[in-house]
Write a protein that binds this ligand. Structure first.
Ligand SMILES: Nc1ncnc2c1ncn2[C@@H]1O[C@H](COP(=O)(O)OP(=O)(O)OP(=O)(O)O)[C@@H](O)[C@H]1O
Ligand SMILES: [Mg+2]
Length: 483
């Protein structure tokens, strides 16, 4: 289940909550496990005992056996009906438990926001409401079960009573002996436990099947981005990227992020993509990484459509420093090495040096062995960004994409990193996405993106001469830095 989740499409995780996924992977799985273990054991026990007891009873007196056996079909029907109710309620309860887990999980991971907006009380109320709903359904289910189990015992008691009544009558008439009746009572007692466990087993089976259904729901969700059926030999990506009239619309929101976008990036070239927020810059990257497929047009890597590459070979060969700085709750060292699990210690330190992390890390008591806390809560925004940068650089890919990855560092550090990178990036195709103009860097081309379309493009000088959006932005930034 876990590995299937990992293969699923990016927007699957946008439309399903972590709490729900977690619940299905733990709670639902354990319910199914209850079914395969104890349920099967008790069911076997029941079957064997029933067959043997009935055989024993028939040997003594078929007429009397009838009285014991007649209530059984009624019992079976009742069990069937009640279990349908239990099934429906179980499904509902599992859904509510998922909602509860999601709420708790969101609260704790967003605790800093909640505290700073003083929303603890509201969140608590919300949580209380969700858990109250869960409590009510759980009690409701227990109520059904509370009526159900004693009723089963009542049935058994009635069966016993009728045996003694009819048996007593027969004994008076002289058909059977008192010993036979005692024998019957013992048989019924033997049957008592397994029959009352029918209810328990059946309810377990029902819960398990409700859970199995929830598990299957996601297991049957096929990954939308498919790997080519026969991935060719591992192709080394040289780094040419071509967009040919690419349009891209996000499938579940219908937002068109790129319109008729055409761009040819020769291997080894450097471009900057500038544009205001929401212009579609990150969407370009999502397409290159094939987190999404283009809606129209063709995206080629080294003159081959991107779909020709296996997902793994594609993604391992692209170094991407993402805009959102997600770190794992592990050491700084391991977070950097995450980019390339075969990297040596020297390589990790080299990547950290390129990202200008050294001076920050040397101030930490445990240095690179410092654990960064959940999602990196113990680090500053700029520090996280630079770890993410180092994590990308350590891949040493031919294609490097830096998505707004220096937005939170000061200009001095930024200069330092850019000059560190000059050499590293020399032969690598580089796409730098940014809001700030890096005038210390010479880009082969600068693209100004606006509403998913290229508004202007050219070198720094050409764009300044055009006197358009770029020139305006440049003027704003230089006057700002002078002021
Ligand atoms: N996962 C997504 N699902 C649906 N729509 C999205 C998704 N990601 C982005 N969008 C939409 O696509 C458009 C372009 O977003 P994109 O992330 O490419 O912008 P951006 O240029 O990177 O902005 P920023 O500078 O703020 O990072 C936006 O209108 C955004 O709302
Ligand atoms: Mg972005």
């Amino acid at each position: 289940i876990y590995s299937h989740y990992q293969e699923l499409h990016a927007h699957f995780f946008k439309s399903h909550f972590t709490g729900d996924l977690m619940n299905r992977i733990s709670e639902d799985v354990s319910r199914v496990r209850m079914y395969t273990g104890p349920s099967i054991m008790y069911a076997t026990n029941l079957l064997v005992l029933t067959v043997m007891c009935i055989w024993g009873m028939l040997r003594v007196d078929p007429y009397l056996t009838m009285f014991v056996v007649i209530p059984l079909p009624v019992l079976a029907l009742t069990i069937y009906l009640v279990n349908k109710i239990i099934y429906r309620k179980s499904e509902h309860i599992q859904a509510q438990l998922s909602a509860l887990t999601t709420t708790a999980q969101e609260t704790y991971s967003g605790i800093r926001v909640i505290k700073s907006f003083v929303q603890e009380k509201n969140m608590l109320q919300f949580f209380n409401k969700t858990s109250e709903g869960y409590r009510k359904s759980a009690i409701n289910l227990s109520l059904t079960e509370a009526i159900y189990f004693p009723s089963m015992n009542l049935f058994i008691g009635l069966s016993m009573l009728s045996t003694i009544l009819v048996g007593g009558y027969l004994a008076i008439k002289g058909g059977v002996s008192a010993g036979n009746i005692a024998e019957f009572v013992i048989y019924i007692n033997l049957l008592m436990f397994p029959i009352s466990s029918i209810g328990w087993v059946a309810s377990m089976v029902q819960r398990a099947s409700a859970s199995q259904k929830r598990i299957n729901e996601f297991l049957h969700t096929a990954p939308e981005i498919s790997d080519p059926v026969q991935p060719g030999d591992r192709k080394v990506i040289e780094g040419r990227v071509q967009f040919e009239n690419v349009s891209f619309t996000y499938p579940h929101t219908g937002i068109t992020a790129l319109k008729d976008f055409t761009l040819d990036l020769p291997a080894g070239s450097k471009i900057a993509v500038i544009g205001r927020t929401g212009a579609g810059k990150t969407s370009i990257v999502q397409l290159i990484l094939r987190l999404y497929d283009v809606t129209r047009g063709v995206l080629k890597l080294d003159d081959q459509p991107i779909q020709a590459y296996g997902l793994k070979e594609l993604r391992t060969q692209i170094a991407y420093a993402s805009q959102d700085t997600y770190l794992f709750s592990d050491t700084i060292f391991n977070n950097i090495r995450f980019g390339n699990s075969e990297a040596t210690r020297e390589e990790v330190l080299e990547a950290a040096r390129l990202a200008d992390l050294d001076k920050d890390v040397s101030r930490l008591q445990k240095g690179y062995e410092t654990v960064v806390g959940e999602r990196g809560v113990m680090l500053s925004g700029g520090q996280k960004q630079r770890i993410v940068l180092a994590r990308a650089l350590i891949k040493k890919s031919r294609l490097v994409i830096l998505d707004d990855c220096l937005s939170a560092v000061d200009t001095e550090t930024e200069h330092q990193i850019l000059s560190n990178l000059q050499d590293y990036l020399k032969d690598r195709t580089t796409i730098v996405i940014t809001h700030r103009i890096f005038n210390s860097w010479k880009f082969d081309r600068i693209i100004v993106l606006d509403h998913g379309e290229i508004a202007e493009q050219g070198t720094h000088e050409e764009l300044l001469r055009m006197n358009g959006k770029y020139a305006r932005l440049f003027l704003q930034q230089t006057s700002l830095s002078k002021a």
